[in-house]
Design a protein around this ligand. Structure first.
Ligand code: BTN
Length: 271
């Protein structure tokens, strides 16, 4: 494996997170198939330590619903994408809404004041002006022998467009951070969002999604919009419930949609 080309602040990030997550480490690699795939492989082999794995290049990055996730090409020797996964053992009483809580945390780190109108597209995309800035893929591994109680190993994979990229066949046009932060670099962005992300995930474990519901609502890009569900049902979004379900008013009444059931697009956008 080749050396990383950037300085990833591994020690600084690890030092700020370790008091929250004992044993936490940060690993940066130049190239890997997928940071999610690697942490899931490790978990299946019984390696369930808390870790953040960042890769400068993924050769087989994965998105939701079995789709590939392509990173933008390097630009002037700088990372044009930030691709990383956070893996940790977790035992929330209820898993619903974890991806929404992660979205809230990342959106707030990237746009604390809301000035850049970074919004959340249920269940786990981060959009700016109907263009996708961040994708989130969450996977869990079954508990290994000896893991306490209801604990599972969760892998939270995050891909952020840092530099300009072409829309080349993407279902949602891309947005990128340097559109309004021209000097943004992937290592800096990782440093800004890693600790708040861990805090948010631990807060979710302790108290569930309800504590994030108002903050999600403040950035909810679907609220009040006409949408079409992947089963063809049309309706108008009425926000997200305290358990993280998307509420859609359809001809049949108010439906509470969970992310396992269907995907949702604003009317007029392709699935
Ligand atoms: C999506 O929008 O479909 C989710 C995209 C998630 C991409 C990230 S990049 C880091 C991590 N490793 C992967 O293979 N996928 C996630």
């Amino acid at each position: 494996m080749s050396n990383t080309t950037a300085a990833w602040f591994e020690d600084r990030i690890a030092a700020s997170v370790a008091p929250l997550l004992p044993g936490f480490a940060v690993e940066a690699v130049a190239e890997i198939d997928s940071t999610n795939t690697e942490l899931m492989r490790r978990a299946r082999a019984g390696r369930t330590e808390p870790v953040l794995l960042v890769a400068e290049r993924q050769t087989a990055g994965r998105g939701r619903l079995g789709r590939p996730w392509q990173s933008a090409q390097q630009q002037e020797e700088q990372q044009a994408s930030l691709t990383f996964s956070l893996g940790l053992p977790l035992a929330p009483a209820d898993w619903s809404g974890l991806s929404l809580a992660v979205g809230v945390s990342v959106a707030e780190s990237l746009d604390p004041s809301g000035a850049h109108r970074i919004g959340l597209k249920w269940p786990n995309d981060i959009w700016v002006n109907d263009s996708k800035l961040v994708g989130i893929l969450i996977e869990t591994a079954l508990p290994h022998a000896g893991a306490p109680g209801a604990q599972r190993y969760v892998v939270i994979g995050i891909g952020i467009n840092i530099g300009a990229r072409e829309a080349d066949g993407m279902r949602t046009p891309p947005a990128w951070l340097r559109q309004w932060r021209p000097d943004a670099t992937a290592p800096e962005v990782l440093r800004e969002l890693a600790e708040p992300l861990v805090r948010s995930v631990l807060a979710f474990e302790a108290q569930g999604f309800a504590q994030f519901a108002e903050r999600f609502a403040a950035r909810d890009v679907l609220r009040g919009r006409e949408v079409v569900l992947s089963d063809g049902t049309a309706g108008v979004c009425e926000g997200v419930a305290w358990g993280g379900e998307l509420q859609v008013r359809t001809a049949a009444g108010l439906q509470a949609i969970t992310s396992d059931e269907v995907s949702v697009r604003p009317r007029g956008m392709a699935f």
